[in-house]
Design a protein around this ligand. Structure first.
Ligand SMILES: [Zn+2]
Length: 172
């Protein structure tokens, strides 16, 4: 089977905000909560979300199975690995180091990337597709974080490519 490759999106196409549906608090039954931490299990098929109720302030955990929806990631060497949310979060954190961006925002950006990967509907996606999704998310979020990530991710083949990225950024 041929790996799924996402058609290139126009550079100015931004993300629609994605909000995960809230979960009913097991303590006070209000359904207003925020996600304070998300981790994928070692096998990559369950997302564990630590949530805090915005009404009573208590914390609880949900487990979401992603086996059916998260595609496998095809790495550069052709091997496959489960989608790993923590890797995305770590990459975002590194790019956003010392930038005015909250941990909550990073989780939300990771949510958006995850949704985009999910919604492509393929069983396997190229790691390149995930990388591009991260690039788009950072470009919308913070210019410095974007260039940092881009310079590492794309390992700019030449100066022209780097300048092109900068030019695109400055136009926005
Ligand atoms: Zn509550």
């Amino acid at each position: 089977m041929r790996p799924f490759r996402h058609p290139r999106k126009r550079a100015d196409q931004g993300f629609l905000p994605v909000r995960r549906p809230p979960v009913r608090c097991p303590f006070c039954t209000e359904n207003q909560d925020r996600v304070i931490d998300s981790r994928t299990t070692k096998e990559g098929d369950v997302i564990r979300r630590r949530r805090e109720c915005e009404s009573c302030g208590r914390r609880f955990t949900t487990y979401e199975r992603v086996e059916e929806v998260m595609p496998l990631i095809i790495k550069k060497d052709g091997s496959r690995e489960p989608y790993d949310r923590q890797k995305i979060v770590n990459g975002l954190k590194k790019a956003c180091e010392k930038r005015p961006i909250s941990a909550q925002t990073i989780e939300e950006v990771a949510d958006r990337i995850e949704t985009e990967v999910q919604e492509c509907g393929a069983k396997e996606v190229d790691s390149h597709f995930v990388g591009e999704a991260v690039m788009r998310a950072l470009r919308d979020l913070d210019g410095v974080a974007y260039v940092r990530f881009a310079s590492v991710y794309r390992e700019f083949r030449d100066l022209d490519e780097f300048m092109e990225t900068l030019r695109d950024l400055l136009k926005r």
